[in-house]
Design a protein around this ligand. Structure first.
Ligand code: G3I
Length: 305
């Protein structure tokens, strides 16, 4: 196959990208988007600050632009993200206790209900675990409402859109030996054993020299999948260039292909110039939209799998 999406489809997987609504008028951008990808994530437009700028007042214009463009082209959508400690609207940032808990649950319910039937998978909760060696939860206003805030969010999302897959999404959870990975694993195992509705785990996969692609990535993905959830690479980017970068991309794709329940891969942007990283060249297309060595290695490994 000659595109990322078609190559991934050969093994029943998808290949997606993050999309920014304000770039949909850029024909180079949209040309690559329409040609290469079959799954779309809104980079910012479906987050809490974007969708509920004032409490109880919802705003779906930019999210809709992305969802409609994607679905109009026959692509699916990953929803990102219903509950997160970051990118909260101002009114939510200083809330706490039971009023924050009910505001969060109302947000989950309203947003998931609005997009009901249009979302393949929701990142219900994003980045709730702490970095470092504790393996525990990150401190946040949401965490301080009680340790059960995550499962409450998943139950609300399931009620609102019973057919969407519900994911927990985080970063630095790629290396099996890291405490954070173990912390998330233990939560998912607990959720599965108690019947909390969780269907998938997202691995953001933002890699650089300080945080390289781990050699045990397939072990991590396989161990999570063995808990009875799908796994997905949700925000892939890898700092670097040339054949070294290409090799690391190949390793990530291979790790996914080696796990039956790894259902797809999403890169966090199209061209290097679209990346959230202020400098650097972490994506598959250069600033002019040309395919990089990393693109070719990803396409080849998808075609071989
Ligand atoms: O929209 C405003 C614009 O009006 C204003 O003029 C401009 C000036 O700073 O800011 C614009 O908002 C920025 C927004 O991106 C859109 O470009 C925010 O400041 C900036 O903070 C925001 O960054 C996003 C970041 O999440 C925020 O946490 C990045 O685009 C986005 O790529 C990044 O994505 C996250 C995932 O959601 C979760 N995982 C990590 C990943 C990378 O950080």
């Amino acid at each position: 196959a000659s595109t990322l999406a078609a190559a991934a489809q050969q093994s029943g997987r998808y290949f997606g990208t993050a999309v920014a609504a304000n770039k949909l008028g850029d024909s180079t951008y949209t040309g690559i988007l329409n040609r290469e990808f079959d799954m779309v994530t809104a980079e910012n437009e479906m987050k809490m600050d974007a969708t509920e700028p004032n409490q109880g007042q919802f705003s779906f214009g930019n999210g809709d632009r992305i969802v409609n463009q994607a679905r109009g082209q026959g692509k699916r959508v990953r929803g990102h993200a219903l509950a997160w400690h970051s990118q909260q609207p101002g009114w939510m940032q200083n809330m706490g206790g039971s009023s924050l808990r009910s505001a969060m649950l109302n947000h989950v319910t309203q947003v998931a209900s609005y997009y009901k039937g249009k979302i393949y998978a929701w990142d219900v909760v994003n980045e709730a675990f702490a970095d470092g060696s504790s393996g525990g939860r990150r401190d946040s206003n949401l965490q301080r409402t009680g340790n059960d805030w995550i499962e409450a969010a998943f139950r609300a999302a399931r009620s609102a859109d019973p057919n969407a897959k519900l994911c927990y999404n985080d970063y630095n959870t790629d290396n099996w030996s890291h405490a954070k990975t173990q912390g998330v694993y233990n939560m998912v195992r607990d959720f599965k054993s108690r019947g909390v509705p969780i269907d998938c785990v997202g691995f953001q996969a933002h890699f650089n020299s300080g945080n390289p692609v781990p050699s045990n990535y397939h072990t991590t993905l396989g161990n999570f999948a063995a808990l009875g959830v799908d796994v997905q690479i949700t925000e892939l980017d890898i700092e670097g260039s040339g054949s070294s970068q290409a090799q690391q991309y190949q390793g990530v794709v291979q790790a996914c292909l080696s796990v039956a329940r790894c259902t797809g891969i999403t890169v966090w942007g199209i061209r290097d110039s679209d990346s959230w990283r202020a400098s650097g060249t972490p994506l598959l297309f250069d600033g002019s939209g040309n395919k990089k060595a990393a693109y070719t290695s990803v396409l080849n490994v998808l075609n071989s799998g």
